[in-house]
Design a protein around this ligand. Structure first.
Ligand SMILES: C[S@@+](CC[C@H](N)C(=O)[O-])C[C@H]1O[C@@H](n2cnc3c(N)ncnc32)[C@H](O)[C@@H]1O
Length: 254
């Protein structure tokens, strides 16, 4: 997958060139190309923003440098996303949809955002990462890239693991433990140490249900809506969790 990022601050993109995403680029699974919008300013001071028409505070990114950058990378016909708090909030469905693409272009705004004519002409889709406002689109773009990239085959060590995780599985993930078996008087739940895979899977399922019921009731309801898809043993655990009160987060490990 090729991802083009248009930004005024290409130097910020260290996180997506590091760790698993850096390895994905080395393996040729992913290519992240950074384009500095400022390079396409025809202004002698390399200016990329100006005052908004109609007044109001702040500055707006001018269309010309962004048009120049989009033309330079050959964005016509590619999916273009503008990171924006006005967009629909990013979710697993959108991440999966974007991970199917061969090419993606991401535009990062700054100041008060970009001139509307950029979005209209290039038919950019606005995507938000949540209902809060950041100073620029670079961190949101990195969130989007990371979430999309980890769904590309070969990026994660274990290809199945993405779908087993919180949200994708339809539930929040059960708690995880590693060495040592006891830390500062806190033992790892006994069931995880006894090698009984059936009991371990039941424990994981019960814990995931409990967490989801407590923290994301709407996700829990959606997960259990079609009861026919569950085995008898799973139904029993679901009924048990449904009988709990609001104290479900206390870990009893039985
Ligand atoms: C200060 S914000 C501009 C906010 C804009 N004036 C508004 O009210 O919608 C500057 C830039 O940060 C990025 N940004 C800020 N918050 C964001 C969010 N929640 N999701 C995605 N991008 C965001 C966008 O690229 C935006 O152009």
């Amino acid at each position: 997958m090729k991802i083009d990022v248009l930004t005024l601050f290409p130097e910020m993109f260290v996180p997506v060139k590091t760790s698993m995403l850096g390895k994905a680029e080395e393996k040729g699974i992913l290519e992240i190309r950074l384009t500095d919008i400022r390079d396409f300013s025809n202004n002698k001071h390399k200016k990329t923003d100006d005052y908004p028409f109609g007044g109001g505070g702040g500055m707006v990114m001018m269309p010309d440098p962004i048009f120049g950058a989009l033309e330079h990378i050959g964005a016509k016909g590619k999916k273009i996303i503008y990171m924006s708090p006005r967009g629909k909030v990013l979710d697993e469905e959108k991440v999966k949809e974007l991970s199917q693409l061969d090419d993606l272009v991401i535009l990062c705004g700054h100041y008060e955002g970009v001139d509307q004519r950029v979005l209209d002409y290039w038919e950019a889709e606005e995507v938000s990462i949540g209902d809060y406002v950041l100073t620029g689109g670079e961190l949101p773009a990195m969130v989007l890239i990371d979430s999309v990239a980890r769904l590309l085959p070969g990026v994660l060590g274990n290809e199945n693991s993405a779908m087993e995780e919180s949200i994708y599985s339809g539930l929040l993930e059960h708690p995880q433990y590693t060495q040592p078996r006891e830390y500062e008087g806190m033992p790892v739940p006994e069931v995880l140490l006894n090698g009984n895979h059936k009991l371990i899977e039941e424990w994981k399922f019960r814990q995931a249900l409990r967490l989801t019921k407590a923290r994301r009731p709407e996700m829990f309801e959606a997960f259990i809506a079609d009861r026919e898809r569950f085995t008898k043993a799973e139904k029993k655990i679901i009924d048990e969790v449904l009988s709990y009160g609001d104290e479900v987060l206390k870990d009893d490990a039985e």
